[in-house]
Design a protein around this ligand. Structure first.
Ligand code: SF4
Length: 375
């Protein structure tokens, strides 16, 4: 099983917290779509086997026109073996989702929408500089549910000024649309973002980590009560609606990343395209791949497995660690986890190492302590 990720590096405006690669000038959109198609052709032999997921991320993929999407699909279907059915996700922002646009998307090969709602409250959206307003957040969901059954929405918690009460209201509002999948992330302050500078200047209060942790637990309690499975730290889905794309990624399956800044993985080698639209286009026009490559060491692969495994409900299989990485790694893992088992932050269920409810908010910190260094 393999997947294709396509990065659409354009946004209408820059959200204050974002450090992804995008440009707010759409001037090169046509040229970039040409280059994406050319990269798809150049790299068609890199992926062995059938494509089971296609994911348009960004940036803002809902800025693509119907013609641009058709051009990309035509290239994929001509040059790759695509599974039937294939999961095709498009990330979309509420301000792009008019009824006409949603209808167009539903008439294309897209069968899953991931909508960047983030909050249903005006003050949060303004603080984060999102391009949509609260009314658009609600309207687009009412419309999207008429045309799509497989919808995910994103919510952000830990926003300065977001009280527990308003956070609970955000979750309840999201649930009221009957959406089968919710992804939710803590607001993080990335270096050199506008949010980072506002906090340093005292314009925006710093993130209250304790409050963010309370939001996280409210989220888990509310969604699991409503029948969602907490299958990955930031992801909740009803049975049958887990993201196939993300699950494949967490399970270490190969994927091809197309577009500026996109990452690829073939099972042992990771590569990434440069983060610059003009240079990307120029390079692809010369049939040169604008990417760097690194071969993962055994320790890198073990560290990635531990980090992603602990984030999921499937956990880290101790037997798999021994089989794939050797007895030395297994012994190291069991030694390192000891204190977390005693502190009830981790537990063993048969062969699987899992985080407890108490450990969930700390899981990234715990996994870095289990990493194998200096090999
Ligand atoms: S829309 Fe998404 S990618 Fe674009 S600036 Fe906002 S968070 Fe970043």
């Amino acid at each position: 099983m393999s997947g294709i990720y396509i990065h659409i590096p354009f946004c209408k405006q820059a959200c204050h917290y974002c450090d992804f690669h995008f440009s707010t000038s759409l001037k090169k959109k046509t040229e970039l779509v040409e280059a994406l198609c050319r990269e798809l052709v150049l790299r068609k032999d890199e992926i062995k086997g059938t494509i089971e997921t296609i994911y348009f991320g960004g940036g803002t993929p809902s800025l693509l026109t119907r013609e641009e999407l058709d051009q990309i699909f035509k290239t994929i279907f001509e040059h790759y073996t695509v599974a039937e059915p294939v999961e095709v996700t498009l990330e979309a922002n509420p301000d792009d989702l008019t009824e006409e646009k949603i209808k167009q998307l539903s008439d294309s090969s897209i069968n899953r929408l991931s909508i960047g709602i983030q909050s249903f409250f005006e003050e949060d959206l303004k603080l984060m500089n999102r391009a949509h307003n609260a009314a658009e957040a609600e309207e687009c969901l009412t419309l999207a549910t008429r045309y799509f059954d497989n919808i995910s929405l994103d919510l952000i918690y830990g926003i300065p000024g977001l009280s527990n009460k308003r956070w609970q209201q955000n979750i309840e509002k999201a649930l009221s649309f009957g959406i089968p999948h919710i992804s939710s992330y803590a607001l993080t302050v990335e270096p050199k973002t506008a949010l980072d500078s506002f906090i340093k200047k005292g314009i925006v209060p710093p993130i209250d980590e304790e409050l963010a942790e309370q939001h996280f637990h409210t989220l888990i309690d509310t969604l699991t009560r409503k029948g969602f499975v907490h299958y990955e730290l930031s992801n909740f889905g009803k049975e049958g609606y887990f993201s196939k794309n993300n699950t494949a990624y967490w399970q270490g399956k190969p994927y091809l990343g197309i577009g500026p800044s996109a990452h690829s993985f073939d099972g042992t080698t990771r590569s990434w395209n440069l983060r610059n639209n003009s240079l990307y286009i120029k390079s692809i026009e010369k049939n040169e791949l604008p990417s760097e490559t690194e071969t993962l060491t055994k320790a890198d692969r073990y560290n990635e497995y531990v980090m992603t495994g602990l984030r999921t409900m499937w956990g880290v299989s101790v037997n798999r660690v021994e089989k794939e990485f050797g007895v030395k790694y297994k012994e190291y893992l069991l030694k390192q986890v000891q204190k977390y088992l005693e502190e009830h932050l981790l537990y063993l269920d048969g062969d699987s190492l899992l985080v407890t409810k108490k450990g969930k908010f700390l899981s990234d910190g715990i996994s870095s302590d289990l990493f194998f260094l200096n090999l």
